[in-house]
Design a protein around this ligand. Sequence first.
Ligand code: AMP
Length: 128
Amino acid sequence: MAYDYDPQNVFARILRGEIPNETVLETEHSLAFHDIRGQAPLHILVIPKGPYVNFDHFAAEASAEEIVDFNKAVARVTAELGVTPGEGGAGYRLIANSGDNSHQEVPHMHFHILGGRPLGRLLVAPAD
Ligand code: AMP
């Protein structure tokens, strides 16, 4: 499967410093920043610095070092923001939209971290 990465997508532009972001954490291979349209009191995006379109692209082609770095960055963000259940936090939700049915808007792999209030059930029925 060939993945077609668009280097003009908004997260690529954030990584190149062309548009600002509110950084929460930066590691060698990953960047975490506030979502510009937060949908919960806590809404952070974590992205790999590499050019991956979505989660399956990342899983297939990222190095083990990038994958470990990314996962540890997600865990560090939840810990530093105080929502990690294993450390007494109230919990959080991870979402990774991938492809058309998911309604993925930005074609650069990212996890949403949502928390800060009860989030309800995972899905609501789509509008007809
Ligand atoms: P998705 O639908 O999973 O692709 O989510 C993309 C997310 O990126 C949305 O929640 C947007 O609010 C967020 N977003 C778009 N542009 C920016 C930006 N410049 N800075 C921070 N978040 C952004």
